[in-house]
Design a protein around this ligand. Structure first.
Ligand SMILES: Cc1ncc(COP(=O)(O)O)c(C=O)c1O
Length: 384
């Protein structure tokens, strides 16, 4: 009875025949246009050495947290870093989770209650959708970045007598597969008008957008309008983990009721030291974020000059998606780029809707201008 059940074999076979079977790759020496390590912090010696110093300053020679943070797994370092994160993001409190996935699943499954409503962007990340599914609130998606649709839904919910219930509006400040950004000023106004609570996932904006990479919410000075913000540390910060930002009361509620916080071993202290070192580096090394934006501008100019702008989803962020419909076609395009030395990942359906398969190009501070130019020149040879 240790063979894979027939039904599961069938599901794998279907993935195979639609060219969407997922497999694990191995590290390569190609030019990186695919990782989320936008600032190169994952390989930064400075961040690495500073994390060792922080460990030494607490006299910490510890490999693991030893338990949930509510039992044996908390440490003074956690409290210090959460204060540092809250101050950096100009918010009363921050609570660290083991990953962005855990933060979103925990937040959306525990905060909205039966009788409440969640209105979420249709392109929200899987972790947001999974959290919503696990909770008891009703949920409806609104059309991607469409404020009229959002307002129509808020109006309908309030008209239907949702006087004492909460409405949560959920979006991302940079969408992970499209790289685009909603009009957050206008969205905050809609939320104010209908007394809805706005939740923004800044996974791909943190470290990239705003001064010192503080994210788009602070760039727009909207921090006081937001019920909860999610920042993740596995992308521009080059480490691992995430934090939910909000009030002290929200933090207290999450510590008490959020299962992905309560029932799991805390991050090892070393990971927390890397997060602290990453935040310090963000505050100190402004040149690296400028270099990233310089490279993004080069990519955008090259795309424009090559006449490819209409094939791309418009984006100011580090993520630029070139739509190439069809799993097989987009996989072939990525293989073609690989042969030329470029690592660009194809994003297949069902991760994105059928017909919207794409090459997802991630720009980094460490990409050379020449490589960006060559990449676009090569794309132009097979995108007509
Ligand atoms: C928008 C968004 N939120 C959350 C996550 C999950 O973050 P993590 O990789 O830390 O689990 C991701 C990662 O892909 C993401 O793109």
């Amino acid at each position: 009875m240790n063979g894979l059940p027939e039904k599961l074999q069938q599901k794998l076979a279907e993935r195979n025949s639609s060219a969407s079977l997922r497999t694990l790759g191995v590290p390569n020496n190609l030019i990186d246009f695919s990782s989320n390590d936008y600032l190169g912090f994952a390989f930064s010696e400075k961040v690495f050495d500073r994390a060792q110093e922080i460990m030494a300053s607490f006299n910490l020679k510890q490999n693991g947290a030893t338990g949930s943070r509510l039992l044996s797994g908390n440490h003074a370092l956690y409290n210090r870093v959460e204060k540092q994160i809250a101050s950096f993001h100009e918010v009363p409190a921050a609570l660290i989770f083991n990953s962005g996935y855990d933060a979103n699943v925990g937040l959306f499954s525990s905060v909205p209650q039966r009788g409440d409503v969640i209105l979420y962007d249709e392109l929200s990340h899987a972790s947001i959708r999974d959290g919503i599914k696990m909770g008891n609130a009703r949920a409806h998606k609104f059309t991607h970045n469409d404020l009229l649709d959002l307002e129509r839904r808020c109006k309908k919910e309030r008209k239907e007598g949702l006087i004492n219930s909460e409405i949560y509006v959920v979006t991302e400040s940079v969408f992970s597969m499209d790289g685009d950004t909603p009009d957050l000023n206008a969205m905050a106004k809609v939320c104010q008008k209908y007394k809805a609570r706005l939740v923004v996932d800044e996974a791909h904006a943190f470290g990239v957008m705003g001064s010192s990479g503080k994210g788009i919410i602070q760039q727009l000075k909207l921090q006081d309008e937001i019920f909860a913000r999610i920042v993740t540390f596995g992308k521009a910060l080059g480490s691992h983990g995430a934090a939910i930002l909000g009030t002290d009361e929200l933090r207290n509620y999450l510590i008490n009721f959020t299962r992905s916080f309560v029932y799991t071993t805390g991050l090892p202290p070393h990971s927390v030291a890397v997060i602290e070192a990453g935040y310090e580096a963000l505050g100190e090394d402004l040149g690296i974020i400028q270099k990233l934006h310089h490279n993004i501008a080069i990519l955008r100019n090259e795309i424009e000059d090559a006449g490819l702008a209409t094939c791309f989803i418009s984006s100011d962020s580090a993520i630029h998606s070139l739509i190439i419909p069809g799993n097989k076609t987009v996989k072939n395009a990525a293989a073609n780029l690989r042969e030329q030395g470029f690592d660009v990942k194809p994003i297949l359906s069902p991760t994105v809707p059928q017909g919207e398969e794409r090459l997802r190009i991630c720009i980094h501070s460490y990409n050379s201008e020449e490589d960006i130019r060559k990449l676009v020149q090569h794309l132009a040879t097979f995108v007509a």
